[in-house]
Ligand binder design. Structure first.
Ligand code: PEP
Ligand code: MN
Length: 363
């Protein structure tokens, strides 16, 4: 582990970002060794990953090679001088991995979702000094993700990294798992000390979208990437469509643009300051306008009360909604944005009128 310029979550890195790669699953000793050798050759990888026990959604799929794979992975990691990481889903996995000399552990999305499993793993890790990565739960539940991290912290795990791998959604989308970027952003705000890396492989489920999502992760200032790689991706025993060859990964990483987390020159700072002042003024104006609008809504509420008119006038609302939407679209605002905004304003307006009508204190 030479050339390391810093560490992220207790793991030394070669660049400003933590880069993790390796196959979805360890399949054979040969496949593990060759993948690791070719990954090491890129000089860009900090940690090798491989699934040994695979949580599959349905039975009769390949569920991992089990314990024997630990040795393949640890040996290959030692050969190239890189730390290795595996997914653990229970205390037995933790003990087997530690016994075999695995350097880093991670909790998969199907484990983070279950507080019993997380607690069992946290208990098994008490007093053990090893970095642990925690994938987001399958469902978009920020508290569950945070809770898993806290369970580990309470047992003394010091080096924790969160992995954003997207969320299951019933809605059809180009992604295998909806990224819902606002959730990792919220996690960052709530737990600023925990680095977050992105797993574009499980977000996209397809290799052609990997670089797009990786760039977005960098642009959101995430601390690194976990990307699955395989020597013959199309023949992989699990997640074939999303894996790429180590050489393709090398190219992907080379083409990613690293932007600065903040302005670096006085000129840049000056420009940003000017623009931010404009934003501050505009936000103030918007809030004042909202307040004015609500005052008018209250006057209408009083009027409706005095004249025994109902609050909700469906026809009027439809008119408002369509007219505003048309105007917004003409000004280049997105339909989704304006839809959420108008609905929220309308809800608040009804709430204010209801307060006036029924002399309610707060709803
Ligand atoms: C994996 O990393 O191979 C895996 C099973 O991922 P997830 O837990 O994100 O589904
Ligand atoms: Mn996988």
């Amino acid at each position: 582990m030479t050339n390391s310029i810093q560490n992220i979550g207790g793991i030394p890195t070669k660049s400003e970002k933590l880069i993790i790669s390796g196959p979805c699953s360890a399949e054979t000793e040969l496949q593990v060794r060759e993948t690791v050798l070719r990954l090491a050759k890129t000089q860009k990888i900090d940690v090798i990953r491989a699934g040994i026990w695979k949580p599959r959604t349905r039975p009769n799929a390949f569920e991992g090679v089990g314990r024997v794979g630990l040795e393949w992975l640890v040996n290959a990691g030692k050969e190239v001088g890189l730390p290795v990481a595996v997914e653990v889903a229970n205390a037995q996995h933790v003990n087997d991995a530690l016994e075999s000399g695995v350097d880093i552990l991670w909790l998969g999305a199907r484990t983070t979702v279950n507080p019993f499993s997380v607690q069992e793993i946290a208990n098994a890790l008490e007093g053990v000094n090893i970095p642990v990565m925690v994938k987001n739960p399958i469902n978009p539940d920020l508290e569950l993700w945070k809770g898993a991290i806290e369970r580990l912290q309470l047992k003394g795990v010091k080096n924790i990294i969160a992995i954003h791998r997207g969320f299951s959604s019933y809605q059809k989308s180009i992604y295998r798992n909806d990224p819902m970027w606002e959730i990792p952003i919220q996690l960052k705000l709530k737990l600023p000390e925990i680095p977050i890396i992105c797993d574009p492989s499980h977000i996209t489920g397809r290799r052609d979208l990997l670089s797009l999502v990786s760039q977005k992760a960098f642009d959101l200032d995430m601390s690194g990437l976990m990307i699955e790689s395989h020597i013959t991706p199309d023949e992989a025993w699990s997640d074939a469509a999303q894996q790429i060859k180590p050489e393709v990964l090398n190219e992907l990483l080379e083409n990613l643009v690293l932007r600065n987390a903040s302005a670096t020159s006085l000129e840049q700072l000056g420009f940003l300051e000017k623009m931010r002042t404009q934003i501050d003024t505009l936000d103030e104006e918007i809030i004042q306008l909202f307040a004015k609008r609500m005052e008018v809504a209250k006057v209408i509420g009083q009027f409706k009360k005095d004249n025994k008119i109902t609050i909700l006038q469906t026809e009027r609302w439809k008119e408002i909604y369509n007219a505003r939407k048309e105007m917004a679209e003409k000004l280049g605002l997105s339909v989704e944005f304006i839809d959420v905004l108008l609905t929220t304003i309308h809800q608040e307006s009804i709430k204010q009128q209801n307060k006036v009508m029924n002399s309610l204190k707060d709803l």
